[in-house]
Design a protein around this ligand. Structure first.
Ligand code: WTA
Length: 656
């Protein structure tokens, strides 16, 4: 733990050195890992192409650093503690020795099923230790894992499998989520009807529900494991070989496959975990995210294991069996560091203190937040009632593309300020620019958040389409990585993230593109066109508001009605009209669930006859956002609209 920063003076000094001599700085950290062969150059980069390479020609396997190197001194230490969805089911603990054996076994299973270095493997699984085992086994055989969050629909799953041509799919019969069971294998079967690259499906038995096993294609996890040896020599990887792909939404088109590479990601997640959470050997670290998201990759699996920590994996949801689950679990497992999302904090807040006060929460030392801006009220509630006013709140800002945390307090070291992610970690060089890309150098400014120098965990490419990576992140401003976030820097140089400035929504901490949701809504046969925006939502941070143009004929047929009071024969059968609108909205939500995921369902649907468009046909989302926010005091210039009248109509329809 020689790289741990323990005072603010040390932070200032370390930060300065990391900026003045970045290569030297990161080299010293990289030195503490096991390498098969060390690098011959620390960094090669330009943001123009972009081309970023760290630790060039180094050879390693990340799993030797996550597991093997801890075995001698810490083989019997708990690596993973698993908490079931069912609060009464006993915990499962895997020591580092056991994790090693399981990962090696599953590496053999992958190899026995035709997986070689460089192949893509899709993981669509419940939050069970086998997901972490599968992730690590992919890394051990040199395969590229692509974890797809198990809340995504069959179509989202097949899109992701096809984009990176995965050869093997690892899944389970089903998963538990609160009092529900989800038939994962059934969803996979549907997805596989249009995912021809998959030649083997490995199925873990979790729920025991009835499923179809296709002969020759589908095999059981348990029977494959019993056939497999428990030793597996890790495959040697180059520093810059891809480690994984993780799909994330952008402002245009389909989700992009963000690619991270082996060495840089390893060094960066190790370092940020150690410092931000001030890792100590006896910590029980609990990150409540799902491994289907970047937070789970970096701070359930890789970051903690690289440090030899004990990491908690939770299968369930915060509100099952009741809203006291976080407190109960934290007390039971004696959790020391807790990392969750503002949306979970707000939903606990809404449930009331009755679900908090029964728990001691006295094992907690650091509490963290990630995924969306944390509002002041939630920050204080978290600090006072979960952290009992003694735990620093680390508001960590980062993205799928950044691999690890970039701007955050270092626990006990950085003085915190509610709603501020505070200061950049060592090696991170943020800049704020105006819309023209001119740097705003002073303090007390608001601008677009960019990075002017690479850190080891930065995105390398978007799978199969490097140009898309360039355009999305490096094409907006010369020589800068553009985050898509708006940000304020205050008089102390502290950063406060305001939120996305592009067409990306953040719903309960999940990133969703407006275009993605619109495309799904447009699949409804009555829908001609739609426009979707995010609006402030008390629990979810942002909710989804959909403005939908419906085919005239459908309205005339009485299937839906924009305004029942004015419908022909008003007063005759308004209930029928209302019912039909409700039914239509339901169908729209179902379509979105089916095409993307239930997390993308619109909260509000308003039927409109037109959308505010410029003469060139671009939807003016700014206006729709204002209407969705119910703040129409300043709609800005609407005279450039093709049909300014439509704005009044939409306002009226929204009851404004
Ligand atoms: C937002 C999640 C404010 C931000 C790790 C970013 C945040 C997007 C914070 C990335 C934070 C993440 N404060 N906003 N502490 N952390 N965000 O890729 O808009 O799922 O661009 O990565 O979440 O979301 P992603």
């Amino acid at each position: 733990m020689q790289h741990k920063i323990t005072s603010f003076e040390q932070y200032t000094e370390t930060y300065k050195r990391s900026i003045e001599q970045p290569e030297q700085f990161w080299m010293e950290i990289a030195d503490s890992f096991e390498w098969r062969q060390t690098w011959d150059k620390v960094l090669d980069w330009n943001f123009k192409e972009p081309n970023v390479k760290w630790f060039l020609n180094g050879k390693l396997n990340i799993t030797e650093n996550c597991i093997d190197r801890h075995l001698e001194s810490n083989g019997d230490k708990a690596a993973i503690i698993w908490e079931s969805n069912d609060a009464n089911e006993p915990n499962r603990t895997l020591t580092y020795n056991e994790l090693h054996a399981e990962v090696c076994r599953f590496s053999n299973v992958l190899q026995n099923n035709g997986i070689e270095k460089g192949d893509r493997v899709c993981l669509y699984m419940p939050m069970i230790p086998e997901l972490a085992i599968a992730v690590l086994a992919c890394a051990r055989v040199g395969a590229i894992h692509s974890v797809v969050f198990a809340g995504f629909s069959s179509q989202s799953l097949s899109d992701r499998i096809n984009d990176s041509e995965c050869k093997v799919l690892v899944t389970a019969d089903g998963l538990y989520r609160g009092n529900k069971t989800v038939g994962l294998k059934e969803i996979c079967d549907e997805a596989l009807q249009s995912a021809p690259s998959i030649h083997k499906v490995i199925v873990y038995k979790r729920t025991g529900q009835d499923i179809n096993m296709q002969l020759g294609r589908d095999v059981w996890w348990h029977s494959e494991m019993t056939k497999a040896a428990k030793e597996f020599e890790a495959v040697e990887m180059d520093s810059e070989d891809p480690l994984f792909i993780l799909y994330t939404s952008g402002s245009t088109g389909k989700p992009k496959g963000v690619v991270h590479s082996c060495a840089g990601y390893m060094v960066y997640t190790y370092y940020t975990f150690l410092n931000v959470f001030q890792y100590e050997a006896d910590d029980v670290f609990w990150c409540t995210a799902d491994i289907g998201w970047i937070t789970g990759h970096s701070y359930i699996v890789y970051g903690p294991l690289l440090n030899g920590a004990t990491t908690v994996m939770f299968e369930g949801i915060p509100t099952y069996p009741d809203a006291g689950r976080f407190g109960a679990t934290s007390d039971k497992l004696q959790v020391t560091k807790f990392y969750t999302a503002p949306t979970a904090i707000r939903s606990l807040m809404a449930s009331g203190l009755d679900f908090v006060t029964p728990y001691k929460l006295d094992s907690l030392k650091v509490i963290g937040s990630v995924g969306e801006p944390i509002n002041e009220e939630a920050w204080f509630w978290y600090h006072d009632h979960i952290g009992k006013e003694k735990c620093p709140v680390v508001d960590t800002w980062w993205q799928t593309e950044t691999g690890g945390i970039l701007i955050s307090p270092i626990a006990f070291v950085t003085p915190t300020k509610p709603t501020f992610a505070t200061l950049p970690l060592p090696g991170v060089q943020p800049v704020l620019v105006d819309a023209q890309g001119v740097e705003l150098k002073e303090n007390n400014v608001e601008g677009l958040l960019c990075m002017k120098f690479p850190w080891p965990g930065i995105i390398r490419t978007t799978y199969g389409d490097h140009e898309r990576c360039r355009q999305a992140y490096f094409g907006t401003f010369d020589n800068l990585y553009f985050t898509g976030d708006g940000c304020r820097r205050d008089e102390d140089g502290y950063y406060r993230i305001i939120g996305r400035v592009d067409d990306v929504m953040n719903v309960s901490g999940h990133r969703l593109g407006t275009a993605e949701v619109e495309n799904a809504i447009n699949e409804h046969p009555f829908v001609i066109e739609s426009a979707v925006v995010g609006y402030p939502h008390e629990i979810k941070g942002q909710g989804i508001y959909a403005f939908v143009i419906v085919d005239k004929q459908s309205i005339e047929n009485g299937l839906v009605d924009t305004d029942p009071m004015q419908a022909e024969g008003a007063g005759v059968d308004n209930s029928l009209h209302l019912l039909n609108i409700a039914a239509f909205e339901n169908e729209v939500r179902n379509i979105v669930s089916k095409i993307i995921s239930p997390i993308a369902k619109p909260d509000k649907i308003q039927i409109v006859s037109g959308l505010p468009k410029t003469r060139s046909g671009k939807i003016m989302r700014r206006i729709l956002r204002k209407i969705a926010e119910r703040d129409v005091s300043n709609l800005g210039d609407i005279t450039t609209l093709l049909d300014p009248g439509v704005v009044d109509e939409i306002k009226k329809g929204a009851g404004l």
